[in-house]
Design a protein. Structure first.
Length: 515
């Protein structure tokens, strides 16, 4: 096991986001000695839980929902034993998401297609039938093709493969408006289609609305018990239990090359950690040239050139005396883990503000509202509340986010307070805004103000959320993290895919650790 300076391991992993740790865990379980180096004081990257307001109040700093990763074999088949051996627990909530509609009414997405269709039927029986048809088609034929895409595999040469490619090549906006007619249904599906923060009118996003909605129908708001950081904490323990090392406060200053091959890293404090087999990096693609000390890599240069920031994010973290409540009509109200505000038209204005005008959406922005303590009360003595939305990285008029952040946070809380109970001033104990520039300062991987890794514009003009290759043209160097295929969110796919690439390059049998 590694200890002090001038260490060595089979594989060195740069960074400890959940994807980097998943990659490292697979490699460790396959019998390789692994060393993970993290610059921050705790592991997890953007998948962490921290005391942002008061001691004892544990907030999810960036990610909250772990719904997408539920269908990844890492959890679906418990390939790493995180559930059976390490006690990782998830609460699959019902309601999955509540959409306040005003006038003390709301439409609820349940952990049931039938129950959700019944909700939609209140507004449009036709849309309810169509929702059932679309969801059934997804589960019967398209879901398997979506999994192939997540794994970086080409579509199958079948009718299902062709149908999936046709769906994915469209925009989320086109798919929603072609299939549904009622404003309430379009609101729900458009909101789901923006959940990965890709512009809804962009080609290539057509599968997002149904894939995200289906995840909610299957898993609810998949909430990790103890906080988002429970996942990386279990992964780090697994790595250590298999003879690996996880070092925090160990920023990497250089990736070492020997005869043109990745041979280890040099930390900022001068320690050399040598890699006999491979280096796996989750560092930002724009920083790799500096880490390689000027070594030329056409592949990595192309990735850096193709990278774009995408949409920046803004979050509000609040400590409450008690959890917020949602009104369901006829005087009924109750807490819920996740709520949603924002119309399709508001989302379009919001994207325009982010990409062109520098004006945050004030009237009707997309807002994801999370109350983890509604189902996991041990996280805080009262309630935790979070709002996540998109916002311009650079504000119009030269305004500073450091100055405007608290004001915008209060504005978003005011918008939420029109639909939710529990956001009255006397119930709000503390508010901490997390601005695009603040996110970028917190984590070098958040360059551009996003926790989702940005996006890549390929030479043919197609924009994708993750760089399509995990292996690089530098022998022994591999990429993982949210900038790798298939991009951001807590999915675990970039980590599992990278592990498969490393095992394949080392001619080790991936089936020994993967279903």
């Amino acid at each position: 096991m590694l200890d002090q300076s001038d260490l060595s391991a089979d594989v060195v992993v740069v960074g400890s986001g959940h994807n980097a740790l998943i990659c490292a865990a697979y490699l460790a379980k396959a019998g390789l000695e692994v060393a993970v180096l993290e610059a921050y004081s705790i592991v997890g990257g953007n998948t962490v839980t921290e005391e942002l307001t008061f001691p004892g109040w544990r907030h999810d700093t960036c990610s909250s929902a772990h719904a997408v990763i539920q269908s990844n074999p890492v959890l679906r088949d418990d390939e790493l034993g995180l559930i059976a051996d390490y006690g990782l627990q998830y609460i699959h909530t019902d309601p999955a998401t509540v959409f306040p509609l005003g006038d003390d009414d709301a439409v609820v997405v349940h952990r049931s297609l039938e129950a959700t269709a019944t909700e939609i039927a209140r507004f449009s029986p036709t849309d309810a039938v169509r929702l059932t048809e679309v969801a059934d088609d997804w589960n019967r034929t398209l879901k398997a093709e979506h999994r192939r895409w997540n794994m970086g595999l080409p579509p199958s040469e079948t009718d299902a493969g062709r149908a999936y490619e046709s769906l994915r090549s469209q925009s989320a906006w086109e798919v929603v408006h072609a299939n549904f007619t009622h404003p309430v249904t379009r609101r729900i599906l458009s909101w789901m289609g923006f959940a990965t923060f890709q512009p809804p009118q962009r080609s290539g996003t057509g599968a997002v609305p149904i894939s995200i909605l289906n995840g909610r129908l299957e898993y609810g708001w998949a909430t990790p018990v103890g906080g988002s950081g429970a996942l990386p904490d279990r992964l780090a323990q697994l790595i250590r239990d298999h003879g690996g090392t996880v070092l925090t406060e160990a920023p990497v200053a250089r990736i070492l090359l020997e005869h043109g091959r990745a041979a280890g890293v040099l930390t900022a404090d001068g320690r050399r950690v040598l890699a006999t087999q491979a280096v796996v990096s989750s560092a930002h693609v724009r920083s790799l040239s500096a880490l390689l000390d000027g070594h030329e890599s056409p592949d990595l240069a192309a990735a850096a050139e193709a990278w774009r920031p995408g949409l920046a994010l803004f979050a509000v973290h609040a400590a409450l005396k008690h959890d917020v409540t949602y009104s369901y009509g006829r005087g009924a109200s109750a807490p819920a883990t996740a709520g949603a505000l924002g119309s399709p038209e508001g989302i379009l204005r919001q994207v325009q503000g982010c990409l062109a005008t520098g004006e945050p959406e004030l009237d009707d922005p997309f807002m994801l509202m999370v109350s983890s303590t509604a189902v996991d009360p041990e996280r805080a003595p009262g309630g935790t509340f979070k709002i996540l939305t998109a916002a311009p990285l650079a504000l119009a008029g030269g305004r500073s986010w450091d100055d405007y952040g608290p004001e915008y946070a209060d504005h978003l809380l005011g918008l939420a307070g029109r639909s939710l109970g529990g956001l009255e001033p006397e119930n709000v104990l503390a508010v901490v805004p997390s601005t695009p520039t603040g996110l970028a300062r917190r984590n070098p991987a958040n360059l551009g103000g996003s926790c989702h890794g940005g996006e890549f514009e390929l030479p043919d003009g197609v924009v994708v959320p993750g760089w399509p290759r995990h292996a690089t043209d530098i022998p022994g160097l591999f990429l993982t993290g949210s900038m790798s295929h298939p991009g951001g969110s807590v999915s675990g796919w970039p980590g599992r895919n990278a592990a498969q690439a490393v095992l394949g390059a080392l001619r080790l049998d991936a089936h020994a650790v993967m279903a």
